[in-house]
Write a new protein. Sequence first.
Length: 594
Amino acid sequence: MTLPIRNVAIIAHVDHGKTTLVDALLRQSGTFREGEEVPDCVMDSNTLERERGITILSKNTAVHYQETLINIVDTPGHADFGGEVERVLGMVDGCILIVDANEGPMPQTRFVLKKALEKGLRPIVVVNKIDRPQADPHGSVDKVLDLFLELGADDDQCDFPYLFASGLSGYAKNDLKDEGIDMKPMFEAILAHVPAPVGDPTKPLQLQVTTLDYSEYLGRIVIGRIHNGTIRAGQQAVLITESGAIVKSKISKLLGFDGLKRVEMESATAGHIVAVAGFADAYIGETITDPDNPQALPLIKVDEPTLQMTFWVNDSPFAGQEGKLVTSRQVRDRLFRELETNVALRVEETDSPDKFAVCGRGELHLGILIETMRREGYEFQVSQPQVIYREVNGQPCEPFELLVLDVPEEAVGGCIERLGQRRGEMQDMRVGGRTQLEFIIPARGLIGFRGEFMRLTRGDGIMNHSFLDYRQLSGDVEARRNGVLISFDEGVSTVYAMRNAEDRGVFFITPGTKVYKGMIVGEHNRQQDLELNVCKTKQLTNHRAAGGDELVQLQAPIDMSLERALEYIGSDELLEVTPASIRLRKMSKKLAKR
């Protein structure tokens, strides 16, 4: 006899507390043994996720509650990883929409809710972080209802159940007046409002691949939901590929989920979410089915990318000195391997064997790929991100974003002025202790804006945006940026040379940095570019000692992180990426002609 099943996804805007709430559900369901040491945000197992404090990849877990198996899918909250949300919603029969009690619905809340409503799901709304100062739980519920209505939800969806919770404190409650004890009200809400999965165990097998994993012992592992039929370890099955081809194979291993562990199973029926080994060439969206009666499920569709950049083989004077994987074949193979799991990414070859067009959802989406590759030992260079234009009803259109800013009062005027110059149109303005501004703006108007925004708000602003839709071209965008300081010699930068050039601008490097001709070493304080020698040394005389510069204090350089550098580079500039360094450079004439 199989357990009753509930399949539910956790969806929300970034940093509204999804992963922390899942932690509380896992702890209180008895998943961890008594005394077991468990890190916070245990579902964020990826190194980059832990470093950045965000969820990048959707993940599966399962808990038992009152003889019911609850499969939980934790999804990313950042707009750039919306493809992860879209592909897993087909696995579940319900979802929990988490909203911050202070911030209310934010740009990504709109995106994930829209996708859930399109799938016909009826979300359970959880107003989280109710124990924070300035929280407005009931106001957040009202705003969520307005968003449901705005997105065209039907009457049943608008009559959503809602709870109040604190994931950090580990409790949920149906009414604010109730005492916050544990997560039992959320477990009860899942059983009451998430429908049991629909599927017929007697029909031919149909399992749709939604996630790919890899094991050194089992090879490729595919994770998906059984829509119909029964699957057994050791049975013969076929894979229907995206092109319609049929590939025969065998279920070499069948695994289910229990907490954070995978457990071997002999069989599983319709409604279960399982992991299967034996299909080395399976891709996301394809169907594992009965060999005697093969029937494919509809392929998973995700929104197209909106941003493109070019990946080049590194040809700088320092090429090959810091990375092991540097050839065009190695870079090409790595990019196309990423397509196997990253459903929102597109990679296209160009007329040059050393150049690849890579399209993604946003700068963070592409930045995570770049950071992952450099940590794996790859060395390459990338161009400035560019928006992808599209023709809609015969009209040239561009992607627009919904932008929400949370800024101190003194920065409001500056933000409105700069966004107006970038073709942003203000939709709403809410004034409190801080001011929240809402804009609709072309995506190209946001390229390079984050650094400027941090200067306008002196690092005290919060910026969130998500893709809205494609609209007609909005005209030229004014994106001012000063010129750059360029090294015209190869060598090692010195205190003496940099001290003499300090009045020309601000540096990105420190003394002792290896530089080459054409490398960008700082930002000029004028509009035009300026070449200078940062390697010049002091001429020694009887009156001057070599250690005379040791006490000279230089102004602090700008720390060019990967994301900041991607936003900063211009159309005639490149970002050189190696496992050890990130360098900005001017594009060589040879590359510019390609």
